[in-house]
Write a protein that binds this ligand. Structure first.
Ligand code: AMP
Length: 396
């Protein structure tokens, strides 16, 4: 049983909160995208409103177990201090004396932010002693870092063992709730849209979805490995030679009536891999040898959009084309739009992190779907049906 922070009151408690403040910086070491910070503010604010002191811990980048100023969380402390009404006490080490001192200084209404957990190799090693030192800082543990929940690290897994009281933060709770709606409590028709550059990395998700979905709509670069498996010519399109056999296997399953695996029928191709290039649309049987497949064609877009609009549950992972280039963004944009319409029609619609989350943000539809996951790897593993160590560790 996992409890939400809404089921408790933190008055008078020191609360160790695992957040995901792995944010990007600009060249002046200023936070350039604060989405991850904003996403955890409701959890932080609930703790403060109750009269507790949030002690925030996070990783940032890959400092490989060594102190490296480039990966310090100090600019994040400054960002919090400048942009929110709370006083932020920054500890230049996540354990020991510096952490203790910052916590002692903090009054109710303040925030403590600990330095990057990954300055210690023990974090990623899930070292029991290190976990114990982290746990000694607080009375209660909260995990709000869904994006790190697929990793059994000290701050996401080991530390939880030392607390009687542990809770899912509001972001973590929302992620688990919505991702469960597409893994367990889904309604039919259930449509998954799977894209991205490659099949590798998505095989387990596709196999899992094959058991559940009424349609799996394929797009993006992985389309061409499927086409190759069907003996179609794909020109200079991206191909995973070593996944052709697997693509064949999936198509065979589909023909056996396992599911409705849908592939594009027409493709927008470019002569070169750049926005300003000679562009033409071809049927899937007619891709010439000098062209690269870069987006869904209009016929496919219409077909996919219709299937999505009539669904009751929709899950999307991976862009339908090279959406970073305007001339090859139509397929991806149309999926985002169809999902917004499906949501209006009462469907549960979930975008599974990573590039599709970036895409739906770019096209302005993120508020118009039920849920956009903040975790790339974590949401993929959740969708594969795996139990995430960071989620399991919260069981009381
Ligand atoms: P992934 O990381 O595998 O989810 O792939 C995301 C990337 O796939 C995005 O950066 C897209 O630009 C890229 N992508 C989508 N469609 C294609 C395509 N037809 N050819 C090459 N790359 C693509």
């Amino acid at each position: 049983m996992i409890k939400s922070i809404l089921e408790t009151n933190f008055a008078g408690k020191k609360v160790l909160v695992r957040v995901d403040f792995n944010v990007p910086f600009d060249e002046n070491m200023q936070v350039s995208d604060d989405t991850r910070i904003r996403s955890s503010m409701p959890t932080i604010e609930k703790i403060i409103a109750d009269g507790g002191v949030p002690i925030l811990m996070s990783h940032l980048g890959r400092p490989k177990g060594k102190v490296d100023a480039k990966y310090s969380l100090e600019p994040v402390a400054k960002f919090l201090d400048d942009n929110y009404k709370y006083i932020v006490h920054f500890a230049n080490d996540c354990i020991g004396e510096p952490a203790q001192a910052a916590i002692e200084k903090a009054e109710v209404g303040d925030i403590v932010l600990l330095e990057n957990l990954r300055f210690h190799p023990e974090e990623e090693a899930n070292d029991p002693e290190f976990s114990k030192k982290l746990a000694s800082l607080a009375d209660v543990y909260v995990n709000d870092a869904f994006g790190s929940a697929h990793r059994a690290h000290a701050s996401t897994e080991g530390v939880a063992k030392h607390f009687k009281e542990k809770y899912a933060g509001l972001l973590m709770g929302k992620e688990v709730e919505f991702l469960s709606k597409v893994t367990e409590n889904y309604e039919h028709p259930f449509v998954a849209i799977i894209g991205g550059s490659k099949i590798s990395g998505k095989i387990d998700v596709i196999k899992e979805l094959m058991k559940k979905c009424d349609y799996i709509l394929i797009g993006g670069g992985m389309t061409f490995t499927f086409f190759k498996a069907m003996n179609l010519e794909i020109g200079k399109s991206i191909l995973e030679e070593d996944k052709i056999a697997l693509a064949k296997e999936l198509i065979v399953h589909a023909h056996e009536g396992w599911l409705n695996l849908v592939l594009p029928s027409d493709i927008v191709c470019g002569e070169e891999f750049k926005n300003d290039t000679n562009i033409q649309i071809f049927d899937k049987q007619e891709i010439p040898e000098n062209m690269i497949g870069l987006d869904l064609g209009p016929e496919t877009i219409e077909k996919y959009a219709n299937i999505i609009k009539n669904a009751k549950t929709v899950l999307w992972n991976g862009p339908m084309g090279v959406f970073e280039m305007d001339n090859f963004a139509s397929g991806t944009k149309a999926i985002a739009e169809a999902m917004a319409i499906a949501t209006q029609n009462g469907a549960v619609t979930v975008v599974g992190g990573g590039d599709s989350a970036a895409a739906i943000n770019k096209f302005g539809y993120s508020e118009k779907v039920s849920h956009v996951s903040t975790g790339g790897g974590a949401s993929l593993e959740f969708l594969e049906g795996k139990v995430l160590p960071g989620v399991k560790a919260l069981e009381m």
